[in-house]
Design a protein around this ligand. Structure first.
Ligand SMILES: [Zn+2]
Length: 159
């Protein structure tokens, strides 16, 4: 994007606002002109030719262990690309995560199937969310044991 003075704007910040809106701040270093745009992530996509992470999403990405970060980045950017969205927000990260970022180890899946119905749905959501928070790509039996003990007060051994 180009300033009226002819030089290019520099994007200073891409922040998440309320109600899934994003706020873009531009600065022209040539003439000092500043410009702010508030819009939704989909509309903001026209301002970027490659994936742009909001400051909040970038922060979440930065907190991941270094061996997971490139995988998560790729996964989320692929998801954004499929939806033709250039602006990656924390909401989009979560959304992308819910579509394949966390898989189930076969043993964990078997274990889940033995949990009584009403609790199972809750347990699945909790487990996938915890795995995502920790940057794990898979729900394991170990994670189930841990969550069981923490949330459902069950013995951590056997079943
Ligand atoms: Zn300017």
């Amino acid at each position: 994007m180009r300033c009226a003075c002819g030089s290019d704007f520099r994007c200073e910040a891409l922040e998440e606002g309320e109600d899934v809106r994003v706020f873009l701040r531009y600065h022209c270093e040539q003439c000092g002109f500043r410009l702010g745009i508030e819009t939704d992530p989909r509309k903001a996509s026209v301002f970027f030719d490659r994936p742009a992470w909001t400051d909040e999403a970038q922060h979440r990405l930065d907190r991941l262990p270094s061996y997971v970060e490139p995988l998560v980045r790729q996964e989320v950017e692929d998801y954004a690309d499929r939806k033709s969205i250039k602006v990656v927000s924390t909401d989009l990260m979560t959304e992308a995560g819910n579509h394949g970022m966390v898989s189930w180890h076969p043993d964990a899946k078997r274990r889940l199937s033995r949990i009584p119905g009403p609790v199972r749905a809750m347990a699945r959501v909790e487990l996938e969310r915890t795995a995502q928070d920790r940057g794990l790509s898979e729900v394991t039996v170990e994670l189930i044991e841990e969550i069981k003990a923490r949330y459902f007060g069950m013995a951590a051994s056997g079943s």
